[in-house]
Write a protein that binds this ligand. Sequence first.
Ligand SMILES: NC(=O)c1ccc[n+]([C@@H]2O[C@H](COP(=O)([O-])OP(=O)(O)OC[C@H]3O[C@@H](n4cnc5c(N)ncnc54)[C@H](O)[C@@H]3O)[C@@H](O)[C@H]2O)c1
Length: 316
Amino acid sequence: MSGGLRVGLVGVGIISETHLAVLGERGDVALEFAVDPRLEGPLVFRGEEVPSYGEPAGALAAHEVDLVVIATPTDTHAELAVQALTLSAARVLVEKPLVHDLASLDRLRALDEAAGVPGRVFTAYHFAFSPEVLWAAGLMAEHPEWGPVTNITSAFYDPYVARGEQAFASYLSSWMDSGVNQLSMLARFVDLTALTSVREMDGGAAAWCTCEFLSRGERGLARLRTSWLAGSSSKETVLTFARSGVEIWIDHTAMTGFAAREGALLAAHGDDGRTPRKVAHYRPLYESLLSGRPDPVMSFATAARITELHHTAPAR
Ligand SMILES: NC(=O)c1ccc[n+]([C@@H]2O[C@H](COP(=O)([O-])OP(=O)(O)OC[C@H]3O[C@@H](n4cnc5c(N)ncnc54)[C@H](O)[C@@H]3O)[C@@H](O)[C@H]2O)c1
């Protein structure tokens, strides 16, 4: 980029550390401000203090920025995105999920004419950028002879049970948090068509859902398990190509994968262990966002589709 990208950060919590680490690697980025009512002192970015605010309106009035990053609790995204869209001309990268309910999606859609929402709003669906996901998507593209994906099983575990109410405050529920990660990751492989069942359990700390999809024009079914009742983080997805007998297993925790047919290993993907997992997600995400041709998986259209799917299960 020429001239540098002026960024404003709203929300300085856990995931902001990854945004700041990746933005800090880029010579083309300047951090203009940080907003968080809980900030106790100025944020330091590349060794310098960044102007800090308790709410976004003051920051947006005092600074012209090209990108506002919203990394706040999920149920604040819609209000803060509306403020960023109406009080600035910047693009807005919102942490996933874009919004927590359909009314908030409608609120953003209603702003479209005034604020140019599709051209300005992007969602940080970081799992879609994880190395093993990009590897598996590339492998599938290289092997059309494997036929359509017929079944998917994905299980995402986070040990958030130990964080108690704080996990619910930041992420609302396991399905709200990980279900969105699963759907946005699966959007790399198949066209998701309908959520066919949702069972939330354990007070929202776990869920079991099914989602229909199309793969090479044929219908398949994904089974999605999410849970915070876990001893450590563990996330895995299996794509089955029943017609050819091929399976792709991807481990999102280890960022690894393999493809096999019966006893034969067809392909494998490893990781050099040098890049922290979240940095490995957000580095390509920012590269894509700032490339001038953002990956469609980050687009408002994709976020609207995923939000609708996520919230429109027929039975609970
Ligand atoms: N933690 C992760 O690994 C992770 C990964 C990907 C995405 N996310 C998403 O990022 C978002 C934030 O998650 P987190 O883990 O960083 O939560 P967090 O609770 O650690 O941080 C959120 C921060 O936002 C601040 N905040 C609250 N309201 C605000 C407001 N109105 N204006 C400015 N700041 C405000 C809070 O004071 C807090 O410091 C969530 O939507 C989550 O789904 C989190």
